[in-house]
Design a protein around this ligand. Structure first.
Ligand code: NDP
Ligand code: MG
Length: 381
């Protein structure tokens, strides 16, 4: 049984993680929960149902509110970054599920690795900002990073322990989002309401917007490079609107292994929680007769500029991916607040990358402080 710390418990991944635990008694015990502060009611319910020792709310006022509500319990309530770091060090936990949104997850993830916790990684922004640093640290500390993102969980399962020397290509699938087939001009007037309607997945607002711009696929290309140690030119994006094939690996001998399943995040979450075991089914079984035909097409990189931009940032290396991620976080938040238009998201990321490219130093090797220096100006929390 796992003993978990769940960062981002009130979000889409967080609540689905708790649902997997609810439906599979014995799979994991919850030692700590953490959230941002937007949903104190839900946090209170989660504490009463899962009985963690500690609950953290980043926002101090919301944490005080939770503390008052929970005064009939023995739960310790903490707040702020210090609270998040403290639960990542908990002696009696062995896994940290990183399901908080955005690069604010970087410090807690680093703390968890240094404290030798297995990482179930949903928070892709962290790996995009500091992939090289995180992977090196995890190797030094001998900590496993188990992907939760469905595509990366699929690739991880297809590889089944084989190294990058066996890989010819990674076929990273994408649903194409709600605007598949649209032209760039048509995208200009997209509203937050339209962007927040995803055809196959129900997710938080940030990643749903990223799926609509396909910035999410750019982030996932970068995430794949770091998780699996492949070169950028080995990662091919394949649009597969049915979201049944969650990704595939083409090996050097031409054999292609794909992983399939219903589009339900509880499947990759369960895979990470019980790895390397396979327990009982939580999601609906896959009915291929009902889902057929499965189709595959090339992405429209002229419209969805996020993909060539990510490839460029990856090839440049160093802190370029951090700038790609950070400028996107700010742009998405501004789009959701109706301060900029949908296609301005690409423009803002492009501008940030151009500006960074014109700057003085582009260190190939960087420290964590360097990452904070280039990303802090874009922080939204
Ligand atoms: P949500 O927006 O649904 O949830 C985000 C969670 O993070 C909430 O619990 C939120 O708390 C919490 N949070 C926000 N800021 C802080 C903070 N400063 N300190 C602590 N907690 C904080 O996002 P998702 O669940 O959709 O996504 C989470 C991560 O997983 C993202 O990185 C995303 O890219 C990735 N992912 C998500 C998938 C999905 O299907 N949803 C699929 C693959 C990856 P509060 O409720 O209080 O705001
Ligand atoms: Mg994904």
């Amino acid at each position: 049984m796992r003993h978990i710390v769940l960062l981002g418990s009130t979000g889409s991944i967080g609540t689905q993680t708790l649902d997997v635990i609810r439906k599979n008694p014995g799979i994991a015990e919850v030692k700590a929960l953490a959230s941002g502060g937007g949903r104190v009611d839900l946090m209170e319910q989660q504490v009463r149902e899962f009985h963690p020792e500690t609950a953290v709310i980043y926002n101090e006022a919301a944490a005080r509110d939770l503390q008052v509500r929970l005064k009939d319990t023995s739960v310790r309530v903490l707040s702020g970054m210090e609270g998040l770091l403290e639960i990542c060090r908990m002696e009696n936990a062995d896994m940290v599920v990183t399901a908080m949104v955005g690069m604010i997850g970087l410090r807690p993830t680093v703390e968890a690795i240094k404290s030798h916790k297995t990482i179930a990684l949903a928070n892709k922004e962290t790996l995009v900002c500091a992939g090289e640093y995180i992977m090196r640290l995890a190797a030094e500390e001998q900590v496993d990073i188990l992907p939760v993102d469905s595509e990366h969980s699929a690739i991880f399962q297809c590889l089944d322990g084989r190294g990058p020397e066996t890989v010819r290509r990674i076929l990273l699938t994408a649903s194409g989002g709600p605007f598949r087939g649209w032209t760039f001009d048509q995208l200009k007037n997209v509203t937050p309401e339209q962007a927040l309607k995803h055809p196959n997945w129900s997710m938080g607002a940030k990643i749903t917007t990223d799926s609509a711009t396909m910035m999410n696929k750019g982030l996932e290309m970068i995430e794949a490079k770091w998780l699996f140690g492949v070169r950028p030119d080995q990662i091919e994006v394949v649009v597969h609107p049915q979201s049944i094939v969650h990704s595939a690996v083409e090996f050097t001998n031409g054999s292609v292994i794909a992983q399939m399943g219903v589009p339900d995040m509880r499947l990759p979450i369960q895979e990470a929680l019980e790895y390397p075991k396979r327990g009982n089914i939580t999601v609906d079984p896959l009915d291929l007769f009902q889902k057929s035909p499965l189709t595959f097409e090339k992405p429209d990189e002229g419209t969805f500029k996020s993909i060539p931009m990510a490839r460029w940032a990856l090839e440049k290396g160093g802190l370029y991916p951090a700038v790609y991620n950070a400028s996107n976080e700010l742009a998405v938040s501004r789009f959701l607040q109706r301060k900029i238009g949908f296609t301005d998201i690409y423009r803002e990321v492009e501008l940030a990358l151009e500006q960074y490219d014109k700057g003085a130093a582009h260190p190939a090797a960087y420290t964590l402080e360097d990452v904070f220096e280039v990303t802090d100006p874009f922080l939204t929390v």
